[in-house]
Design a protein around this ligand. Structure first.
Ligand code: ADP
Ligand code: MG
Length: 581
């Protein structure tokens, strides 16, 4: 293998030459007790930066054995090291044109996620994947600046974050504890009869609409005595907090008292959070789904008939398709698709729901005959979702008091403090009957798994494969663009990139050919969990900027692809169809 001295000589040789000469540097270099690898030199200074890897063998990385003991600890250590590497990057700015000299590592934000930026092997080997701009002035190679980047900046970041002795052991151990305690409780919530846990002292509000950092000076969470439980975390030990029971839970209260803030914390509680976030011990069932309205979305072959039937014009809602759903039909489709993808908890906020999907009160029932109203409102389905399908709901309602009739638990938010008002709510419901007629006669059954036509997923644009996340909310897929703006539990653009990888992987492997769509995506996820997310990239240079999406978000992306065709149900999923007959 070439050495760092060879690299220095090579840089001096190509100094001043045309930019493509950087390609000659591709390959590995021995830096003593670690290795630098240039996987792909960028074609010009303004293209995406060049792809690098740093590989540190176990003994040189010197990670404590606890950090390597389980798969979870290894990926959480990877998440930790990506952040440490990012912090250790020298502050120095650009070293020339474009991105010259800049280093990019996918270090993540508040959530701790399995990500491809750092891979930690069971033997303690650490591999960091990052990008950097090879320096140039215009299109001429700046050899000196490249020396500064490759022989100074990168080695300093490696020494400051990846080598034995560089690790902040206490911070690492706190990071692992946060991830592990979260996963530990998440797995046990169902057996405890809970859908979520919010530890006392948690800080739920965020700094602003655009920052997920904790709000300074916020009122910490204090459990209502009736809902207080003590959890014995493996790392943190006993912690008291609010156990939100399975079933139907309402969050009520006046405007601006912290209802949506609590719901949003529960949405994010499916992921572990970094120490200091304030939500480290907010833990929500892994299969929670934020259910909301999304008018304008496309829907393809979804059976929304349990919620909406008899649309004007005779549309068959057992096989519903539209290019632009309304508020209520989009919400029904979002719900059925989430059930199909295995959701076990629905999180609903009145603020982002379609009112006519949620409720029809007694007066509307009298004025508009049932035959003229296609919607069976959620209020008449929310109990059977739980009793027939085992799916719980947490619903924020400020206005729709009829929901008191269907709730198991009612939490009142007042000045950011929760109170259990379940008993009082029962009393109110008895004193002031809602007088509405329940509208859902037949029990619910699980949605039929849909098969998709793989040919309807074309990742090519003008003949070339093009799948790229533009940002968190937008995934370019061939000639299409998948809009994920309303998929609210997608939290990291690296997840969006990984979703692109997963869809391509499922297609290439032919996973959609012999099983329903959700099963195909689940299989892709199983492979990634076993081998690492980079398995989706199918060999070659591993991506450095992917983070694990959940099955629910994978399915959500597929469902939002506008070219998607669902196969005809009568053909057992063998034949493209899906047209109404
Ligand atoms: P609601 O949904 O009840 O109308 P929100 O959850 O939107 O209320 O909260 C209203 C405001 O109060 C938000 O700006 C939020 O950041 C702030 N807030 C929420 N919880 C707290 C808290 N625990 N401490 C301080 N401010 C909070
Ligand atoms: Mg609100």
């Amino acid at each position: 293998m070439r050495t760092r001295e060879d690299l220095r000589q090579a840089l001096r040789r190509i100094d001043g030459r045309g930019y493509p000469a950087y390609r000659d540097l591709e390959g590995s270099y021995d830096f003593g007790n670690w290795e630098l690898r240039l996987d792909r030199a960028q074609p010009d200074p303004f293209a995406s930066p060049s792809r690098f890897r740093v590989r540190v063998p176990g003994p040189a990385a010197g990670l404590p054995p606890e950090a390597l003991a389980t798969p979870l600890r290894r990926w959480a250590t990877g998440d930790f090291l990506a952040r440490a590497f990012h912090r250790a990057l020298p502050r120095g700015g650009s070293l020339g044109s474009g991105k010259s000299g800049l280093i990019f590592i996918d270090a993540g934000e508040q959530e701790i996620l399995p990500r491809t930026a750092v891979r930690v092997e069971p033997d303690g080997t650490v591999e960091v994947r990052f990008a950097a701009g090879l320096p140039a002035a215009g299109r001429r190679i700046l050899g000196r600046a490249a020396e500064e980047l490759l022989l100074e900046r990168i080695p300093r970041a490696v020494a400051g974050s990846l080598l034995a002795g560089a690790h902040d052991r206490r911070a690492l151990s706190a990071h692992l504890a946060a991830a592990e305690d979260h996963a530990w409780l998440q797995e046990r919530l169902p057996a405890m009869g809970l859908v979520a846990f919010v530890a006392d002292g948690s800080i739920l509000p965020r700094e602003s609409g655009v920052s997920q950092k904790p709000l300074p000076g916020a009122v910490p969470w204090v459990s209502p005595p009736e809902l207080r439980v003590t959890v014995e975390f493996p790392n943190a030990g006993p912690v008291t907090g609010t156990g939100i029971p399975a079933g139907v839970t309402l969050i009520v209260g006046g405007g601006y008292h912290g209802k949506s803030t609590l719901l949003r914390a529960l949405e994010r509680g499916v992921y572990p959070h970094i120490p200091g976030d304030g939500r480290e011990r907010v833990v929500t069932r892994a299969d929670a789904w934020k259910l909301r309205a999304e008018d304008g979305r496309r829907v393809e072959g979804v059976d929304i008939s349990p919620f909406i039937a008899g649309l004007p014009g005779g549309t068959d809602t057992r096989w519903f398709r539209t290019e632009a759903a309304s508020g209520s039909t989009s919400m029904a489709a979002n719900l059925v698709e989430a059930l199909e993808a295995g959701a076990g908890l629905l999180l609903v906020d009145e603020d982002t729901a379609a009112t006519n999907f949620l409720i029809r009160d007694a007066r509307m029932q009298r004025l508009v005959p049932k035959e003229g109203e296609p919607i069976t409102p959620f209020i008449d389905r929310v109990r059977s979702l739980y009793t027939d399908l085992g799916v719980s709901t947490v619903l924020v309602v400020g206005g729709a008091g009829d929901y008191l009739d269907v709730a198991d638990t009612v939490i009142l938010m007042q000045n950011y403090r929760p109170a259990d008002v379940t008993a009082r709510a029962r009393q109110v419901a008895a004193e002031l009957p809602a007088r509405r007629q329940p509208e859902a006669p037949v029990p619910l059954s699980p949605p039929r798994p849909r098969w998709v036509d793989p040919d309807s997923l074309d990742p090519r644009r003008r003949g070339r494969e093009k799948v790229r996340a533009r940002d968190l909310d937008e995934l370019a897929f061939g000639a299409e663009s998948i809009d994920l703006s309303y998929v609210e539990q997608l939290v990291d653009p690296s997840q969006t990139r990984a979703i692109g990888g997963a869809l391509l992987y499922a297609l290439r492997q032919g996973l959609f050919r012999d099983r329903p769509a959700v099963a195909a995506l689940a299989e892709a996820l199983r492979v990634a969990d076993e081998q690492g997310l980079e398995a989706w990239a199918g060999g070659g240079v591993p991506p450095g900027d992917w983070a694990r999406p959940r099955l629910l978000e994978l399915a959500a992306a597929l469902n939002r692809l506008r070219t998607l065709r669902v196969l005809d149900r009568e053909e057992g999923g063998r034949r493209p169809g899906g047209r109404r007959r």
